[in-house]
Write a protein that binds this ligand. Structure first.
Ligand code: GLV
Ligand code: MN
Ligand code: MN
Length: 418
């Protein structure tokens, strides 16, 4: 039987092991994008760990890995536990994988205790939560939840011009069949995701764990400002059509709007490209991404509308043209009140205060809410740092998270047997 502290230590160590090649695309950092050889290597390793924890394991049609531990009766609805195995470029080792490793460990604890439940447990490693290869994110949980429109995503291209459809084929999957990954609501009793907080609140309050109330709404947009490419040495400043300074004004406008916003409104330009991209060429166009989030879709949408109007006004004033393209919209997702109360009680069982907090980060749980009730457990991370190789979490906090998940399973069992 795995000891309490060993569970946390092992979950963290497994994330660390996956932090380097062949589980990363790049030596010296963790970059593991959807449908790459690094993704495949991670699924092979996870298959071994899930199998040795007592699960039967399959890859679904959308590139997710699903391990199943049967309940007392075959084909019982499942408590799904999971998170994502992909990373941002040069990311941390725990954002995503920790929730999978903890899921494997809590299943192994059931197996070691020869315990079968009135429900199955499935551990899911979602393939694409970050959207770090293709412009849209969460395509794998959307496929499982049945909310993915293949026509809207299969033509998307990565930085090398590879389409999502071709990437699926290269991974050994049929792009015409990705909707086969969809699960029926009767198959899904609940979804539980454990994840590092990715923010500083728990650490500031001296708390190991938190219980998520809701996940913020988000939109991804691509902006293109088009001017006229020209010679950097010969074109006088007054005679240029340079989209660079226009893009700078747009970014400042987004910052100003979000700083004045309510409902934890935030806006980020995380990608910025001047084309063609040379010291001595005035760019002909500048493209940049916008990620805009708030606790409510209404606040997010008002900000998107306002910044879009500003972008067009800035471009017009400078004699340039602009386009703003919506790449993805995800609504805010409240966690299920009943499951959230159960998770709070599980945390309370450990003698810890059940701190409730919202999530500004997106998670597969927000998509899985379309399929079944969801609950989310947050784990303190050092300095609140995430999407950064400095991401860090303690073994002791991971162990507490595993214990809270085990208590949650006990409570769910009691509810289902009542
Ligand atoms: C995922 O980390 C997101 O919040 O975008
Ligand atoms: Mn992330
Ligand atoms: Mn994540």
């Amino acid at each position: 039987m795995t000891g309490d502290f060993e569970i946390g230590a092992r979950a963290r160590a497994r994330c660390d092991l996956l932090g380097a090649p062949p589980y990363s695309e790049v030596e010296g950092q963790l970059t593991r994008r959807f449908l790459t050889p690094a993704h495949n290597a991670a699924l092979e390793r996870l298959t071994l760990w899930m199998t040795s924890a007592g699960m039967t394991v399959r890859r679904d049609a959308a590139g997710n890995l699903v391990g199943r531990y049967e309940g007392e009766t075959p084909n019982a609805p499942a408590l799904m536990i999971g998170s994502h195995i992909d990373s941002v470029r040069n990311g941390g080792r725990y954002d995503g994988p920790l929730g999978i490793m903890l899921g494997i460990d809590v299943v192994e604890a059931q197996r070691d205790a020869s315990r079968r439940l009135p429900f199955a447990i499935e551990v899911i490693a979602f393939g694409d939560e970050e959207g770090s290869r293709f412009p849209a994110s969460m395509s794998c949980s959307r496929a499982i939840a049945g909310t993915l429109d293949p026509a809207a995503v299969l033509g998307m291209t990565d930085a090398e011009g590879v389409t999502l459809a071709d990437a699926f084929t290269a991974f050994g999957l049929d792009p015409d069949r990705i909707t086969d990954a969809a699960r029926k609501p009767v198959e899904a009793l609940a979804f539980l995701e454990a994840h590092i907080e990715q923010g500083p609140v728990l650490e500031a309050e001296g708390l190991a764990l938190g219980v998520v109330t809701a996940i913020a709404a988000q939109k991804r947009l691509m902006v293109r400002i088009t001017g006229m490419a020209g010679h950097a040495g010969t074109t006088p400043m007054a005679l240029r059509k340079d989209p660079g300074p226009a893009a700078a004004e747009c970014i400042l406008a987004l910052e100003r709007l979000c700083q004045a916003g309510t409902d934890n409104l935030v806006g980020t330009v995380g990608r910025l490209t001047a084309l063609p991209g040379a010291f001595n060429v005035i760019p002909g166009a500048v493209e940049f991404s916008m990620d805009i989030r708030a606790e409510t879709s209404a606040t997010r949408d008002a900000a998107v509308e306002a910044v879009t109007a500003e972008i067009h006004a800035i471009a017009a004033r400078r004699g340039l043209s602009a386009s703003v393209t919506l790449m993805q919209a995800l609504s805010e997702s409240p966690c299920d009140p009943g499951l959230t109360a159960m998770l709070e009680a599980a945390v309370g069982h450990l003698g810890l205060p059940p701190r409730r907090l919202p999530s500004g980060a997106g998670h597969d749980a927000m998509v899985m809410a379309a399929l079944c009730p969801t609950a989310m457990l947050f784990i303190r991370c050092e300095g609140g740092i995430s999407h950064n190789p400095a991401e860090s979490v303690t073994e002791a906090d991971c162990a507490l998270a595993a214990q809270a998940m085990l208590h949650f399973i006990d409570k769910l069992e009691r509810r289902e047997r009542a």
